[in-house]
Design a protein. Structure first.
Length: 155
């Protein structure tokens, strides 16, 4: 892969080794069980959990959720779908819900984002259509600014 991509690729023998060596970890799986354990967590780590968003599935284990400040694309959706929270014991579930922040509130400046460089953060995403729409709008804007792309008529 190093030769193919031009980027150094280092094989690792366990998922926690990836977490230990990364500043940002993104999980995008359909796993029903955590894909790594909290053993590799370190100050400043950010995790994007964007795959298994069903009440019966989770990509992150309980210790990871409890160690992280939680951000969600939509708090109502998160409370209905995110197994990372719903599969916690009741007391831990309540604590996680109380620490959950809507990403939109951070972007709008209503709530502070990361409290310190050492804080561990996790973003629980269910993939809202508004996220895809605004991403597409921004990509289109940048392409126009750079003079890229081809205008195609669909009419």
């Amino acid at each position: 892969m190093t030769a193919l991509t031009g980027v150094e690729v280092v094989p690792l023998n366990r998922p926690e080794a990836v977490v230990e060596r990364s500043d940002i970890v993104s999980t995008a799986t359909t796993s029903t069980v955590p894909v790594f354990d909290a053993g590799g967590l370190h100050p400043g780590l950010h995790i994007n959990a964007i795959g298994a968003h069903r009440p019966s599935a989770r990509e992150l284990d309980a210790p990871t959720i409890l160690a992280s400040r939680l951000f969600a694309d939509d708090l109502v959706r998160s409370r209905q779908e995110d197994g990372e929270i719903l599969l916690l014991p009741p007391d831990d579930q309540l604590a996680a819900l109380e620490r959950s922040v809507a990403l939109g509130d951070v972007v709008a400046g209503h709530v502070a984002g990361r409290a310190s460089d050492a804080e561990i953060t996790a973003f629980l995403s269910g993939g809202l259509s508004s996220e895809y729409l605004w991403t597409a709008v921004e990509i289109l804007r940048q392409a126009r600014d750079l003079g890229l792309g081809t205008l195609v008529s669909l009419g």
